[in-house]
Design a protein around this ligand. Structure first.
Ligand SMILES: Nc1ncnc2c1ncn2[C@@H]1O[C@H](COP(=O)(O)OP(=O)(O)OP(=O)(O)O)[C@@H](O)[C@H]1O
Ligand SMILES: [Mg+2]
Length: 232
């Protein structure tokens, strides 16, 4: 197990965000979180990472280090692509860094600054940086939100490739069902506040060869949509 949340309550003033919320994630597992806007998804990541403290209950973190990809890319504007990726891991050789840059399709842009990159390129850079940081737990908060559908699907396969070679545990927050279907070993479907896990789906098909048209995917997508329509 890489972390465990047991009966966690989180309030901000009078806003009850989480009430007796419990979940855990195993080593190497990819867990996707889907839920209505404002239900507390970012709050859950903040609690796991220690950026926020629970009002009650327990958050146990067994990871050696955490890499956090925030809702916005947070690249350093005064550093180029190479430097933004290299800076998080001083043990990373030039060769390894350049190879990672190639993996995310930014070869030739090593010297570009974030302001000179498109939104998709910045996301690739931030993905490479997250994987370059020596962490065994990766928290990702809607990292592909600003990308078009094709680019998002491309980024998911890139993420899967990087996951396959590093086997970091990942908690991935998204509003996009397809992203969760392609990526998750489990999908947690959250209610509105105070947030509970309404349903949990296990996806058994190996991540590498999933197709959105596969029967299991179609069934899970339809259950998630039904839950949304029922006003979770
Ligand atoms: N630091 C904070 N101070 C006060 N209230 C907060 C703080 N962080 C979050 N909240 C409140 O907690 C609730 C959950 O916020 P959170 O950002 O976790 O939602 P979310 O599910 O990530 O939403 P979205 O999908 O829009 O990103 C919201 O009502 C928000 O106003
Ligand atoms: Mg959020």
């Amino acid at each position: 197990m890489i972390f465990n949340m047991a009966n966690v309550c989180k309030n901000y003033g009078n806003t009850e965000v989480l009430s007796n919320f419990s979940t855990s994630v195993e080593m190497e597992e990819v867990v996707c979180i889907i839920g209505p806007s404002g239900c507390g998804k970012s709050t859950i990541l903040n609690l796991i990472s220690g950026l926020a403290e629970p009002s009650a209950g327990e958050v146990a973190n067994y990871s050696t280090a955490i890499s956090y990809v925030f809702q916005e890319d947070r690249l350093l504007p005064w550093r180029n692509v190479y430097e933004n990726i290299h800076i998080v891991n001083q043990n990373c050789s030039t060769k390894a860094c350049l190879s990672l840059i190639k993996d995310v399709g930014l070869q030739g842009f090593e010297g570009y600054y974030p302001s000179e990159l498109s939104g998709g390129m910045r996301q690739r850079c931030s993905l490479a940086r997250a994987f370059n940081f020596e962490a065994d737990l990766l928290l990702m908060d809607e990292p592909f939100k600003s990308l078009d559908y094709n680019l998002r699907i491309e980024m998911i396969s890139l993420l899967l490739k990087l996951w396959d070679s590093t086997r970091k545990a990942i908690v991935f927050v998204t509003h996009e069902i397809d992203e969760a279907l392609l990526l998750g070993d489990r999908i947690l479907l959250l209610s509105s506040r105070p947030t509970k896990i309404v349903k949990e789906f296990k996806i058994t098909a190996p991540k590498k060869c999933r197709k959105l048209a596969d029967l299991q995917m179609v069934q899970i997508r339809s259950e998630i949509i039904k839950s949304f329509q029922a006003g979770i």
